[in-house]
Ligand binder design. Structure first.
Ligand SMILES: [Zn+2]
Length: 205
């Protein structure tokens, strides 16, 4: 950001009075332009023993497979954003249960929070949207695991197929750290308890 959106004067980076972090401040008027993390919301659409993936038609990771997901719009809820992205990218009509929230990833390095919701395909009338090259259903064995676009998507898919064995799908939150040399690590921060299950959590990743 170079110029004030209010008065078009140059923007300077400074710590405003009463604040403790540098902000984009107008050099002329009192405007301060705060920059905060963005929410990326998506779904894990399921049909029988298969999940729906989209092959990306856009950068980054063009040609790689992902779950339908995208930035939340102002004025919408996280779940409604995820449903909208599923329609836009996969042309898919989905049914979501009240316990649909599944995974949450904090990515402080790139200032994003990812949220995925479990969903069921309402029918098989899906089709690639403008941002997808292909949309396809995959069993666990069929998933192109080496061609998954994002760590958070791979993580969510792995958790889903692991949880499927017990049909319990706790909500999990992760911190994702980007390291200079060693790539990306995903650390489980918390998970919801699994009602009605006597299983312990020792098998959690
Ligand atoms: Zn200004």
């Amino acid at each position: 950001m170079k110029f004030c959106q209010q008065c078009a004067s140059p923007i300077i980076l400074k710590v405003p009075d009463g604040d403790d972090k540098p902000r984009h401040c107008c050099s002329n008027c009192d405007s301060i332009f705060y920059q905060n993390p963005k929410n990326v919301v998506g779904t894990l659409p399921v049909y029988e023993d298969k999940v729906l993936l989209c092959r990306r038609a856009i950068e980054p990771r063009i040609g790689k497979w992902t779950l339908p997901a995208g930035y939340m719009e102002n004025g919408e809820s996280s779940l409604n954003g995820a449903i909208r992205e599923t329609i836009e990218e996969a042309g898919a009509e989905i049914i979501v249960a009240s316990d649909s929230l599944y995974t949450l990833y904090n990515l402080p390095k790139i200032n994003q929070v990812y949220m995925f919701f479990r969903a069921e395909l309402a029918n098989l009338d899906f089709a690639p949207g403008a941002e997808s090259l292909e949309v396809e259903l995959f069993t666990e064995a069929e998933i192109p695991w080496k061609e998954i676009a994002f760590t958070v998507v791979k993580s969510t898919l792995e958790l889903y197929f692991a949880d499927l064995k017990s049909s319990h799908f706790p909500v999990r939150m992760f911190d994702v750290h980007h390291h200079k040399d060693t790539g990306i690590t995903t650390k489980l921060i918390s998970h919801s308890s699994v009602n009605g299950s006597s299983k312990d959590n020792s098998s959690l990743p």
